[in-house]
Structure formats: C-alpha cells, structure tokens
Design a protein around this ligand. Structure first.
Ligand code: UT7
Length: 336
C-alpha cells in the first residue's frame, strides 16, 4: 500500500469584491448583522459581465496546483471535481476540465456532497492512490453561487453568506509511510437533507413541462433554503466529532494539531471548534471574512492561501474538516 500526499495547491477567486455595504443596497441587511453573526466582511461574486464559470474557475485553480506540484499535466491520471453549482445539469464539470487542460482521455469523476464535497473528493482520490491504481490525481472544489442566489430581502438569511471561487490540489503517490494523508473519515445523515437544500431544478420536485408552463417568479424552490440555527447546532457537534475521530484513528490527540483548516461556514463555528480543541489563533486558518462560504471550494482555497502564507511546514499535522448540506461531514488528517 502507498500513501498519497498533497504535492501542489492552487486557488482562484473572481476579482469582483462585494462588501456587506453593497448587499445592504440590494436587501434589508447590514454590515453589523453580517459581521456579528458570520464574521464575513466581503465575498467575491463574479462580475456579471465575466465569463467565469464553475468549470473555468476550477481550471484556473488547477493550473496553479499543477505548476506548484512540479508534475507534467500529462502525468495526471484522474480528475475529481466537487461542486454544488455545476455549469450544466449534466454532464458535470469534471469532463470540462479534462477538455480544457487537454488531459488525454483520463477519467473524470464529479462529486456532489456540497460543503463536504472537497473532503469526500480527497478521500476518493486517496483510495485510488493507496491501492496503486493512480499516481497523480487532480482534485478540484469550485463554486459559482452568485448566479443562483435570491438577492432580495426574502433570501438574506442565505445570500449574504455565499461566495464564488475555486481551489485545487494535486494528490500524488508518497512512498514514505510516515507522511501524507494518514486517514479520511466520511459521514452523512440524510434525515436532515431538507434543512439546507436547493430543491430545483430536480426531477423529484416538478415536471419540467410544468416549470416551463408556470414560470412562476415567486417560486422559491429555485433558491437555496437553510434552517440556519438547526444547521449551526449540528455543524459544531459534527465538526468536533469527526476531528476527534480522525485524531483517535491515528493515535493522536488535539495537542498534535499544528493547523486546523475547517470548512469556512461561519467564523463563529470555527471559533467554537478552536475553543473546544484548545487551539490558538495561529493554529486555525480562517478566511471567511474575505470570501464568505464557498462550500466545496472553501477548504482548497484556504489550504492554498495558508500554504502561500507559510502557515504550513513540512512535518506539520494538518487537519481538514467539513460539514454541510446532506447533512454530510468528514475529516482528513495529513502529515505534511
Ligand atoms: O456551510 C454549510 C453549513 N452551514 C452552516 O453551518 C451555517 C450555520 N448557520 C449559521 O451560520 C447561522 O444560523 C446564520 C448565519 C445562517 C444565521 O444566523 P442566526 O444567528 O442563526 O440568525 P437567524 O437565522 O436566527 O435569524 C435571526 C434574525 C431573524 O429575524 P427575527 O425573526 O429575529 O426578527 C432573521 O430574519 O435575523 C434576521 N436575518 C437577517 N437580518 C439582517 C436573517 N438574515 C439576515 C440578514 N440581515 N442577512
């Protein structure tokens, strides 16, 4: 059995900055409310005139990760693409990346799993490398939320939170068993599927012929819905559990953590986890203040930024943890 290691990281965010003040001109909200409840100061939303898409942002992040890993792009054996905001209903954006990067005919797998999508994607890629099937896998998390949000007061509980962006990593074979991804842990609880949900378009909700007939501008099923407090309570519990699960599976304790990179759902959630695990500010990487919640892209963007800022060093124990719609949650324990 081999191990896999993260050999390159990259991220791309659109240049268009949307501040809380900007949002308060679109809906009844305020900088004070948003910062106090979420920690978010601003987020990136693609410029309406921009041609950025979920796939193209993923490609931009991927190019940086490939360059930093030092591999030739033709050495990529497989693509995993996590998103909840694909450009098309089908096919998913994985094949678009294969085409745009001209990666021969390598396989491309699209992962859903929302905020946990990147952690699920890493886990899948890790298994392929452990078994020896592949040597280098491109894993992308990319989201374009801004085209799908309700930018009226009706949608304020959700819309102020989400941002656009993409992050990517190259996972490569590691022969040294003491390094790389030590373990991954995945969970779900479908009974809460509708507490954080985007129902339409979906074949479970309505006949497409009816949608076209009605074309009702007040149909909220096309906008994401979140039972915020319910999700918050489950998030803090599941984050804690799955981080502990990962540490214990490797005979480690919270004192061994060098850097925790939680999915950027809410600064208050990250701070709660930080207190619970007794970590100091430098041991938890947060950037939700500047990007909002970019769901599947949030961990790879944060990972790439943390690496750029010198916050990750060889030999560090890095913990990635996510929780989100599904509910789904998971963790990745990495010896860098
Ligand atoms: O990434 C996937 C996982 N996601 C999460 O983990 C998110 C978890 N949940 C949260 O982060 C928080 O629940 C939110 C940030 C979404 C909401 O914060 P909250 O403190 O739970 O607020 P709330 O939903 O209970 O709403 C409190 C009040 C309500 O008004 P009333 O009923 O008290 O009069 C809302 O209508 O705040 C109102 N409100 C707003 N006011 C100004 C909701 N959104 C806004 C807004 N601006 N944007």
């Amino acid at each position: 059995m081999y191990r896999s290691k993260i050999s390159g990281v990259g991220h791309y965010v659109p240049s268009n900055v949307v501040t809380n003040e900007d949002l308060s001109k679109m809906m009844d909200t305020s900088d004070e409310w948003i910062q106090e409840r979420t920690g978010i100061k601003e987020r990136r939303w693609i410029d309406p005139g921009s041609d950025d898409t979920t796939a193209s942002m993923g490609v931009k992040a991927a190019k940086i990760a490939i360059e930093r890993s030092g591999i030739d792009k033709n050495d990529i054996d497989f693509i995993v693409f996590a998103t909840l905001s694909p450009d098309m209903y089908f096919p998913g954006p994985g094949v678009q990346v294969q085409k745009d990067l001209e990666l021969k005919t390598v396989g491309a797998l699209d992962v859903r799993n929302q905020c946990s999508g990147f952690v699920y994607g890493i886990s899948v890629a890790d298994q392929f490398i452990r078994t020896g099937m592949y040597k280098n896998i491109l894993v992308i998390g990319s989201e374009l939320h801004s085209k799908g949000l309700d930018k009226t007061t009706r949608g304020r509980g959700v819309t102020v939170i989400f941002g656009d962006g993409a992050g990517a990593v190259i996972l490569s074979r590691e022969e040294d068993e003491s390094r790389g991804i030590l373990s991954t842990h995945l969970h779900s609880e479908g009974e809460h599927a509708e507490e954080l949900v985007l129902k339409a378009p979906g074949m479970g909700t309505r006949w497409v012929s009816d949608i076209l007939k009605d074309n009702d501008p007040n149909d909220e099923s096309y906008y994401p819905y979140m039972n915020g407090q319910f999700v918050f309570k489950h998030a803090v519990q599941r984050f804690s559990e799955v981080i502990m699960e990962g540490l214990e599976a490797n005979g480690l304790s919270k004192n061994d953590i060098d850097l925790l990179i939680p999915h950027q759902a809410n600064l208050r959630i990250s701070q709660f986890i930080q207190r619970k695990f007794g970590l100091v500010d430098d041991q938890v990487y947060n950037n939700i203040m500047y990007y909002g919640n970019t769901t599947a892209a949030s961990i790879p963007i944060a990972l790439s930024e943390a690496w750029e800022n010198g916050a990750i060093n060889n030999g560090d124990l890095v913990v990635l943890a996510a929780f989100g719609s599904g509910f789904t949650w998971g963790s990745v324990i990495v010896k860098w």
